[in-house]
Design a protein around this ligand. Structure first.
Ligand code: HEC
Ligand code: HEC
Ligand code: HEC
Ligand code: HEC
Ligand code: HEC
Ligand code: HEC
Ligand code: HEC
Length: 559
């Protein structure tokens, strides 16, 4: 059967989320404090613990159990994606919450899939989204409840043809801002032994084991930190941009610039802002620049006594309000910090923290090609700037970002970034030595994978096979390594169909829900002379993705 080919070229999609971690930095030094959990804090700081439960953070990530508060309207109309032609809705059935995906023609259901969800993400003040924890791997669901609009719609980032269905990986970088207590499995992108719970005390105050042993140890004395150091803690999460990490972990007490360089694309429209842009917006304001207003001027993270109104806080500095006597002395916030829709999440309204006299059409000229500006330091290292342009490109930024990255990295090489940029521009031959250089001091999974793909792309299949086989041993829970080894081995004629099938069985034991693995297992079964098994795998592959053609074609050729 002519259509039976061994798989196809696979691009590593994880490229965008590469975090630079030095090998040596990965181990926690023995004398560093560790996390103890909120219950321990509650035993001595009960009032603060109670106050904290009222904040959004205390609900940022919750397990889906029958006790979960039901804020959604499950009878509201389903969400529809016109690009992929799928409807989505959610239902409680017994003790579990399920999301359905369906393709309908009139009264006929052409396709129906049901997935249990295991966690909510988003406290439900603005939105509630859902996560699936499958065989240890964590994914986002495509359906979100938008609280103010009281409606279901695709999750943020899934619109306009970007619906990744149930396969968007939730990596540790995402949980670092939204959860606490999660335990990632090393050498995987999104596998966890524990997903953890909502943000907690130590998300801001840092690991507390030493403080618990000795509460008077001054190291934990946040009050003694300068205001900008405190704001750096907030910025770690509330300044969302293109982040190039310098260290693997942020410890409260670090300056933001020690941990990472964060870049934002320059924008012409002064009114445009994203969901986690509070820091960037505030820093543009004269209240910050001249008045040193910080997050804590207006927000207390766990107030145990009533807090003053926001207006009272404005008036603590602007004792007379506006100079213009015609202006009311109340409602300062409504005029100077308008709520508006954000550029990155539909149907929600956030508060613009660029405190100013709002002139809606204020624009300023911007450079061409568009630039990235560093929000965390004046003169960031050029190699980091090059890396930021690369990330901008992989995260779907301006078309000019990749050439800009290459031109900077050619002059200021950052081996890991340069290798990726060369690979993405098809210059595999040149990319290989840079990958090797990067691997000398950096053991990120992505670099190991990159080398495997580069060996394949440059036709060094024997070496590629050995490389993937070794990676599969090093990263036993990362199925792609086993998968590539099997595919390259087949190309080289090293495996019989039976051996290949056995290997695919192991890969499927890790991720049975991956349609490509199912399809290729079917091919091996077919070549083994087991069309019955092939049919089973291809049917599963089609069920997982009705728009994935190879299993559809293969099935149509089975007798
Ligand atoms: C064994 C009791 C105990 C436990 C458990 C405990 N604390 Fe404390 N904490 C104290 C005491 C006592 C102080 C006051 C110390 C002082 O005034 O020098 C304090 C002070 C603090 C301060 C203020 C430091 C400052 O001056 O800025 C913070 C912040 C804090 N604790 C957070 C936590 C967090 C977070 C946890 C849980 C991870 C926790 N504590 C667990 C007893 C405890
Ligand atoms: C740099 C930190 C950071 C990262 C990384 C990040 N977020 Fe967020 N996210 C935030 C902050 C801060 C908010 C809250 C903004 C607010 O409430 O004003 C937010 C808001 C949200 C909300 C809406 C919450 C609500 O109140 O309704 C969702 C859902 C969400 N993020 C999901 C994700 C997912 C999924 C990822 C990973 C793919 C992610 N975020 C990555 C910081 C981050
Ligand atoms: C959003 C970040 C954040 C979180 C989460 C957080 N804190 Fe705090 N905490 C602060 C800040 C900021 C201050 C200083 C407030 C001030 O100076 O007005 C503070 C102060 C404190 C203090 C000193 C006494 C006080 O009231 O000023 C204690 C004790 C404390 N926190 C304990 C906790 C405990 C226990 C939790 C978890 C239940 C917690 N914090 C969660 C940011 C946070
Ligand atoms: C570890 C990440 C993280 C840190 C650190 C952090 N935040 Fe947040 N914050 C979030 C996320 C995520 C949300 C949205 C939670 C949701 O709605 O699901 C949030 C919500 C908020 C809100 C909305 C209102 C509420 O009740 O929660 C305020 C205000 C806020 N943060 C202020 C601060 C301030 C001030 C600091 C620094 C002292 C800070 N945050 C530090 C992640 C963080
Ligand atoms: C001058 C006062 C002021 C300062 C300073 C300030 N905020 Fe706010 N913040 C507000 C007001 C007002 C709201 C709207 C509250 C409401 O509608 O209930 C708000 C709301 C928020 C929210 C909830 C989501 C939203 O956008 O409506 C978050 C998160 C937040 N602030 C984070 C921060 C962070 C982080 C900082 C520091 C970078 C900060 N704020 C500094 C006044 C301030
Ligand atoms: C910590 C002190 C402080 C706080 C709190 C504060 N401001 Fe300001 N603000 C300043 C200073 C200082 C300036 C610059 C001097 C001036 O223009 O009066 C300023 C400037 C302004 C301006 C003029 C901005 C411009 O670009 O010309 C407006 C409008 C403003 N503040 C509104 C507010 C509002 C509304 C609040 C409360 C939500 C607030 N401020 C809270 C200190 C503060
Ligand atoms: C109805 C909308 C509105 C309200 C409410 C309002 N302002 Fe203003 N404010 C303006 C406008 C518009 C300007 C621009 C100057 C003008 O037109 O006179 C301004 C100017 C300012 C300025 C710049 C310097 C100056 O005085 O001209 C500050 C500071 C300021 N407002 C603070 C406040 C504070 C604090 C409050 C609350 C007590 C407040 N405003 C209430 C609309 C408002």
């Amino acid at each position: 059967m002519a259509l039976v080919r061994w798989g196809f070229w696979l691009f590593p999609t994880g490229l965008a989320l590469y975090l630079s971690c030095n090998r040596s930095a990965l181990q926690t030094p023995r004398d560093e404090p560790t996390y103890v959990g909120d219950q321990v804090c509650a035993s001595c700081h009960a009032d603060i613990h109670t106050a904290y439960q009222k904040t959004w953070k205390a609900h940022s990530l919750l397990p889906v159990t029958p006790a979960l508060e039901r804020i959604e309207d499950f009878s509201a109309p389903p969400a529809y994606d016109p690009h992929r032609d799928f409807y989505y809705w959610a239902r409680w059935e017994r003790d579990s919450l399920y999301i359905y995906e369906a393709r309908l023609r009139g009264r006929d259901t052409l396709y129906l899939r049901r997935e249990r969800v295991d966690f909510t993400i988003g406290s439900g003040h603005q939105t509630r989204s859902y996560l699936l924890w499958r065989d240890g791997y964590l994914y986002e669901a495509p359906l979100t409840w938008y609280v103010a609009k009281k409606r279901w719609d695709l999750s943020p980032g899934y619109h306009d043809g970007h619906n990744s269905r149930f396969s968007r990986e939730i990596q540790p970088s995402c949980l670092a801002c939204h959860a606490s207590g999660f335990r990632p499995v090393s050498n995987t992108y999104n596998r966890y032994t524990e997903v953890g719970g909502p943000l907690g005390c130590e998300s801001c105050h840092g690991p507390a084991s030493k403080h618990v042993q000795n509460p008077r140890d001054p190291a934990y004395h946040w009050h003694r930190w300068p205001a900008d150091r405190q704001m750096d803690v907030c910025s770690r999460c509330h300044l969302e941009g293109i982040t190039v990490q310098k260290r693997p972990r942020f410890h409260p007490g670090d300056t933001l610039a020690q941990w990472a360089a964060i870049f934002l694309p320059e924008k012409a429209d002064l009114g445009a802002f994203g969901i986690a842009s509070h820091v960037e917006r505030l820093k543009r304001s004269k209240c910050f620049q001249l008045g040193q207003a910080s997050c804590l001027t207006c927000h207390h993270p766990h107030p145990t006594t009533p807090v003053p109104t926001y207006e009272a806080r404005c008036q603590s500095c602007h004792t007379t309000g506006c100079k213009n006597p015609a202006h009311p002395t109340t409602g300062c916030v409504s005029c100077h910090m308008p709520r508006d829709t954000t550029i990155d999440i539909p149907h929600v309204r956030f508060t613009d923290h660029y405190i100013r006299v709002v002139r809606p059409d204020a624009r300023r000229p911007i450079a061409n090609p568009p630039r990235l500006l560093c929000a965390t330091e004046e003169n960031p290292d050029s190699a980091l700037v090059g890396y930021a342009y690369l990330k901008w490109h992989t995260e779907g930024g301006e078309a000019s970002a990749l050439p800009q990255a290459l031109s900077i990295l050619t002059r200021h090489p950052h081996p890991a970034a340069f290798a990726q940029a060369l690979y993405l521009t098809g210059r595999s031959q040149e990319a290989l030595p840079w990958t090797e250089k990067a691997l000398q001091r950096d053991s990120a999974l992505l670099l190991f994978e990159l080398k495997g793909y580069l060996l394949e792309a440059t036709g060094r299949l024997n070496e590629a096979l050995t490389w993937w086989e070794n990676l599969a041993k090093k990263a036993p829970q990362h199925p792609d390594a086993h998968f590539r080894a099997t595919m390259v081995g087949l190309q080289l004629g090293r495996f019989t169909p039976a051996t290949a099938y056995e290997r695919f069985q192991k890969i499927l034991a890790l991720q049975p829900f991956n349609p490509q693995y199912q399809y290729n297992a079917g091919l091996a079964a077919y070549q083994m002379g087991r069309p019955d098994l092939a049919r089973k795998h291809w049917t599963t592959a089609r069920h997982l993705d009705p728009d994935y053609d190879p299993p559809k074609k293969a099935l149509s050729q089975l007798p």
